[in-house]
Design a protein around this ligand. Structure first.
Ligand SMILES: [Zn+2]
Length: 213
């Protein structure tokens, strides 16, 4: 496992590592193709997802628990409540990346040895990168994890245990998975490919057998 703050040297190393993998797969008879996710579309999808998930989640909460107190939408009242909520939310951005790495390492040959965690100061975001090309199922497993554990499960628990904190936390956690959901949706086209989380583009590379080989 490597934990680092991205800089020019690390970016160069990532490019080299990616090129090495492309060369290695080329020798094995596979060619690399890119499936890029547009950040603009992902952000737009995030907004749509926020509206959609809120429009489904809060009415269900209301139906199950009988009332929604708008003052308690973040779980606790007042400014303190908002601070606690957004503190938890900020932390969850890092936990999101950790879940990707934690789930992917199970499926990697070198386990944690193939997982990189980092922080990109240019975009002010943490990231997780897996350095092994994975099968569809394994790639899917690590990609869906954060949306499941920080989105769907908190929403369900929040409804069951009457916690608006968990519900609102889950709604934002779900929205945080917008990019991952776009990746997962695009995976259906590459079920038989080896998939490699791209180290510096938003998206992944998929390896397909070279024609004529
Ligand atoms: Zn993610």
């Amino acid at each position: 496992m490597r934990i680092e703050v991205e800089n020019d040297r690390i970016r160069e190393r990532k490019k080299q590592e990616y090129q090495d993998l492309v060369d290695e797969m080329d020798q094995k008879g596979f060619e690399a193709n890119l499936e890029k996710i547009s950040i603009k579309t992902a952000n737009l999808f995030g907004i749509v997802l926020f509206i959609l998930v809120s429009a489904i989640t809060y009415p269900i909460y209301y139906l199950v628990n009988g009332k929604i107190d708008p003052a308690l939408i973040f779980g606790f009242e007042g400014t303190k409540g908002m601070l606690i909520f957004f503190g938890a939310y900020l932390l969850s951005i890092f936990v999101h990346e950790f879940i990707h790495g934690f789930l992917w390492q199970f499926t990697c040959e070198k386990k944690w040895g193939s997982i990189d965690f980092g922080f990109n100061p240019k975009t002010c975001t943490p990231y997780c990168h897996c350095r092994e090309a994975l099968s569809f199922g394994r790639y899917f497993f690590g990609s869906i994890g954060p949306t499941l554990f920080l989105g769907i499960i908190p929403i369900i628990l929040g409804i069951i245990f009457k916690s608006l904190f968990l519900v609102s936390f889950g709604v934002l956690g779900f929205v945080g998975g917008a990019g991952d959901l776009m990746v997962i949706f695009s995976l259906r086209k590459h079920r038989d490919s080896r998939l490699f989380d791209h180290p510096y583009e938003v998206g992944y590379a998929y390896f397909t057998a070279k024609k004529g080989d």
